[in-house]
Structures are given as C-alpha cells and as structure tokens.
Design a protein around this ligand. Structure first.
Ligand code: NAD
Length: 499
C-alpha cells in the first residue's frame, strides 16, 4: 500500500496541493512505499508566511527558555530512538545500527545547541572612550532554510535546525524527497517538545520549492548539503538574492597508509569507512593511498580477502554490514563507474555488480567492488562514485601521497594511518583538505567543533555546527553608547570645549 506523505506547516500535517509527487522506495524490495508531495511556489510561500509570523514570538523568548525546548526534544528523540532508526532504515536502506548513528550524531548537535545562550552573549568593551561603552549583540536572522540530502535524513536536518532554532530563527526544512519521513517525524517531536507552531516547518519538494526558498526575500539564509553542482547552484543563486549561504558538496576522501601502519587496523578501518552505508557517506573513504610498493601489495592482498567476508543484506537484518543503495538509478550509476574503471585499465580485484540478495532480487543492492592501480587521470579517481567502491591509488613516497588529496578538486575529509608522530603532524599541517583524521578513518568532528570541507566540497565561509553555526544563524548588532556627565555632576555654566 502506498502511503501519501504530507508537509508539516504551522504545527500540523498539510496535504500537498500541487498535484506533483515523488516516489519514496523501499530500497530493499524496489517497491514504491510512499508518495511525497512536491510543494509549488505558492505552497512554499505560504509556509514562509507562516514561519515569519511564528518567528516574531520565538525570537523574543529568552535564549534559555528556547534551549529548554531543545532539551525536551532530546528526551523525546531518545524515547523514540528505536522507531526513528527503523523508519530511517526502511526508507534509506542503511542498517538499523547505522541509522541510530545517523540520529545520534544529529542529537549531539542538539545537545551542543542547547548551550547556545552562551554563544549568543555578544561582546562588551567598557570605557572605549570617555563615557563610551561598545557592545554587540547577536540577533536572529528571521526565517532561514535548510536543504538537505538523502544520505543523512536525521543528522543533517538536526545539524541545521538545532543552532538555527536555538538562535531564535524560524526554520524551513526542505528534506530530500527520497527519504522524508524521519524529517517529518522530527518536526512532530519538536512540536511535542513545546516548540511553537510554525517555528519549524517541513516543506517537501524539488527544484520549484528550492527556487522559491532561494528567491523569496523573507528567507534570510540557506544552509545546503548535497552534491557539488547543486551546492554551487544554491550558493550562487542565494548570493544573487542577497542571502547568506553555506553549501556543502561532494567528496573524494583519501586515506594515506604509511609503511609503518598496522595493516590489519588499516584494513578494518578501510572496510568500515569504504563500504559502510553502501559508501553513501560524504565522509566515506573512497581512495586508499598506500605508500611504497610493499605496503601496496600487502594492503591489496588483505583487502581482497576482507571484501569477501562483507555481508550485504536487508537493512533490517542485524547481521548485515550494509544494505541497498537509495534508488535503482543510484545503483546503475555505480555500475557505470565500475565499467569505466575497467575500460580505463584499472585492475578489478572484486566486482560487486553480479550481487543479488535471494528473495530480494529487485532491491537496489550492490556487492563490494575493489580496484587497484587506479591513476589520477581515471574517472573513478576524479569523480565521486557514492557507492560501495574502494580504489587503491599507489604512491611512491610520502610527498606523492600528500599531493594526491591536496590536488584533488574535492577537499572534504582525509586521513593518515601511521605510527610516526612527525609524519602525522606534517600531514595535518600541509594537506589541503578541511577535515583530517590521524589513525581515524572518518574524521567527522565532534558537535562543538565545526564540520566543513574545502575546495569544491564547500561553498561559503562558515562551517556547520560548533561556534560557526551560531555565527551563521545570527547577525551582529554593535552599539556604541556615550553617556555625557549629567545630573550627578550638577549643572555647568561654562561653554563645553574639546579639552
Ligand atoms: P542532491 O544534490 O541530489 O540533493 C540534495 C538536495 O538538493 C535535496 O534536498 C534535493 O531535493 C535538492 N535538489 C536536487 N536537485 C536540485 C536542483 N536542481 N535544484 C534545487 N534543488 C535540488 O544530493 P543527494 O543525492 O541527496 O546527496 C548525496 C550528495 O550529498 C553526495 O554528493 C554527498 O557527497 C553529498 N553530501 C555532502 C555532505 C557534506 O557535508 N559535504 C554531507 C552529506 C552528503
């Protein structure tokens, strides 16, 4: 039975009126399980109107009172963790354990944002001149929007909503049309936590919806996460309409393996970071760079063995390492990349294309694929594949290994595995990438630091979560005040001079 999903506007579920819908699949079976409405321009504008009204009251609440809503939301989300994780898994296809991680990393930013009053305090200089004090205050922007990708349907909406709401904004979420049910549930839970109606609206949709959010002058800032071409489009369009934008795009994350690294640890790390969530993570490792031929030969042999033991299964199967991809098109695109790798002369060590899960022949599954001898001129090196495909690009020495991620067009995450502190320290300082792991395969920073890639992985100047998020979602007002001597000094009968 195909459910019809809604929008969530003004504190209630609102059916779509545009007549346009997108299919939400069960990626395990390939069946359509729901239809999500795609909001028209007028529906989106109505949601903005609603948010604008609600923001006036919400922005006037004291920051601690707003933070208490976030704290209550945390309790409710933890109460419902199990059902949220299963719902997420059933639409996205990641395993339930991984879905819990998706939610948990989002909740950590809500925990951080609940401390937001501290970051909203502003600055104060007393006695900047005779009788002059200067102070600044951080004020909410008003209505802000978040446009989020399919691959973290809980984490990324929460990364954006938490700081935006704590700072006193109304937030319009335009989640991915592939897996919108968890975002809708998040909005329900915020309402239950005491968020006033209209402060968090979920408007489902596609390009028309997004373009309305970008063009409407009442939306003051746009946070985006998704693929690079769309990130760039959103950044440019938002800027052309005078808005703030922070837009995070695709990735090609490298792991450098130095000759002194423990190769069993490295193989474990690569298997998890390369194939977890079917490789559909912006921080997945997709390129392994062993340094020196001996390291490369030993690593290729270990990975070839380890890949054979990976269990691809139904996303609700607790023994599965990873589940299906998000859509049939996504799986087809990955298969095309595998063919391109073969055609360009890379050595195929494991081919995931023939995989089917018995009983789920129409599911969007792919087995793990491993390539060796991949060179920087090949498409499978240059482009983001976003699937369970790991490539080995061999480097002769450390300097070559450092150059590879530094010169790649993407600059999201990178990691180095070594036991040598000097190499690790030099790498962290010199590599041209936004987030670095040292013996950590997926270096997603903790909530109170900030997350953001460089080069074509990120457009805009402020990162997600951490203190940057509060800078992004507030504007600074600076007050210079002077109180001339007055009543306490009695009246003066001498003409004022500049002495
Ligand atoms: P996507 O770019 O297809 O979609 C992202 C959002 O943009 C969705 O809400 C979608 O509805 C909307 N959108 C799509 N096409 C649009 C258009 N033409 N005009 C306006 N809006 C449009 O990305 P996706 O497939 O959902 O997500 C996967 C991508 O996201 C990967 O490239 C991945 O690396 C990236 N990602 C990056 C980060 C990061 O922090 N850098 C995190 C997660 C995912």
């Amino acid at each position: 039975m195909v459910r019809e999903l809604t929008h969530f506007i003004g504190g209630r579920h609102v059916p779509g009126l545009s007549g346009h819908f997108a299919d939400v699949f069960d990626p395990n079976t390939g069946q359509v399980q729901a239809r999500v409405p795609l909001a028209s321009r007028s529906e989106t504008e109505a949601a903005i109107t609603d948010a604008e009204k609600a923001q006036t009251e919400w922005g006037a609440w004291n920051p601690q009172r707003r933070a208490r809503v976030l704290l209550r939301f945390l309790d409710l989300a933890n109460r419902d963790m199990d059902s949220l994780a299963r719902l997420l898994s059933a639409e996205h296809g990641k395993t339930v354990a991984d879905a819990r991680g998706d939610i948990q990393r989002g909740l950590e930013v809500i925990e951080f944002a609940a401390g937001g009053p501290h970051l909203l305090k502003g600055e104060y200089s007393t006695g900047a001149g005779t009788g002059i004090d200067v102070y600044s205050m951080r004020q909410p922007l008003g209505v802000v929007a978040g446009i989020t990708p399919f691959n973290f349907p809980a984490m990324i909406p929460l990364w954006k909503a938490g700081p935006a709401l704590a700072a006193g904004n109304a937030f319009i979420l335009k989640p991915s049309e592939r897996d919108p049910s968890v975002p809708l549930r998040i909005a329900e839970l915020f309402l239950e936590a005491g968020l006033p109606e209209g402060v968090l609206n979920v408007v489902n949709g596609g390009k028309e919806t997004v373009d309305t959010l970008l063009e409407d002058p009442r939306v003051r800032a746009v946070g985006f996460v998704g693929s690079t071409p769309i990130a760039q489009y959103i950044y440019e369009t938002a800027a052309a309409h005078g808005k703030r934008a922070q837009c995070f795009g695709g990735a090609k994350n490298h792991m450098i393996i130095m000759p002194d690294a423990d190769l069993d640890q490295v193989a474990d790390a690569l298997i998890g970071a390369g194939y977890g969530s079917a490789g559909e993570r912006c921080m997945a490792i997709s390129v392994a760079v062993p340094v020196g031929q001996d390291t490369a030969d030993a690593l290729a042999a270990k990975l070839t063995e380890r890949v054979k033991t990976l269990r691809v299964g139904h996303s609700l199967d607790e023994t599965a390492d990873y589940g299906p991809l998000i859509t049939a098109q996504a799986a087809d695109k990955v298969k095309e990349y595998i063919q391109a790798g073969i055609d360009e002369g890379a050595q195929l060590l494991a081919d995931g294309r023939g995989f089917t899960l018995p009983g789920h022949e129409n599911g969007f599954f792919l087995g793990p694929t491993l390539f060796d001898h991949v060179t920087p001129d090949m498409r499978i090196y240059k482009e983001e594949i976003f699937g369970p495909v790991l490539v080995i690009t061999r480097a002769a020495d450390y300097e070559e290994a450092l150059r590879l991620p530094s010169e790649h067009e993407y600059g999201n995450g990178v990691s180095i595995f070594t036991r040598d502190g000097d190499a690790a320290r030099d790498f962290a300082a010199r590599v041209n990438t936004g987030m670095v792991g040292i013996n950590v395969p997926i270096p997603v920073p903790i909530a109170y630091h900030t997350f953001g890639g460089w080069k074509r992985s990120g457009f805009g100047d402020l990162n997600q979560h951490g203190p940057d998020a509060f800078r992004f979602y507030t504007k600074t007002k600076t007050v210079t005040s002077r109180w001339p001597s007055g009543i306490k000094d009695g009246a003066s009968f001498v003409i004022p001079t500049m002495n």
